[in-house]
Design a protein around this ligand. Sequence first.
Ligand code: ATP
Length: 241
Amino acid sequence: MSLLAVRDLRVRYGKVVALEGVSLAVEEGEVVTLVGANGAGKSTLLRAVMGLVPVAAGAVEVAGAHTTGRRAHEMARLGIGYVPEGRGTLRTLSVRENMLLGASARMERNDARGAEAEMERVLERFPALRERAGQLAGTLSGGQQQMLVIARALMGRPRLLLLDEPSLGLAPIVARTIFATIAELRAQGVTVLLVEQNAQAALALASRGYVLEMGRIVLEGAGLLGDPRVRAAYLGEIAAG
Ligand code: ATP
């Protein structure tokens, strides 16, 4: 049974069909990458899984349980961590305070000590954040802010992490540190569905990938990085033949 299964999904914004007949699966322990051009529907897919946009047809299942139509906070309770595009740190709160927002389930149970322990565990992976734990999030660099939103999502110990364009707007050298972080998460067994425009780096990390074009999956598999159609369309190479 897949950890995440999306079946025949359709999402519309008014008359615009953003996704049509989209099916994909993520197995426990995998990093799966979804690539595609601007406007292909990648963010919409993550938002639909997370219950942030209504689903017009099709189904979302988490570990075999039907979750279509569940709201985002319910999906978070089911162990789905979501890092939307564009960072979204609270700039006037400290790194520490931003991270505690990711432990809302524990805080609701008044388990502040558990939340602090969780923060220590997560900060072990992010030494740059540990050094800046008391600093306001707004003073961090773009790369550090991206680390922070990933760290915040990890505070809930997600079974599956949805990452939307984590490298967007970062200098290449900084983007590389983000991809290295995702590789570390993979090594630790965290399951990730990664949406990226940087197809090269994202597919290199992933066990499998999907290509989305105009709301439909047009290619999928384990060897996408070597696929001439992917290389031509997304890696800027001239197609052979
Ligand atoms: P990007 O990388 O630019 O975010 P994407 O692949 O994530 O692109 P989506 O943002 O999912 O694509 O958009 C898919 C389609 O849905 C596009 O045609 C977009 O214009 C449209 N769309 C997205 N959000 C809305 C909205 N809130 N209202 C109307 N149309 C939308």
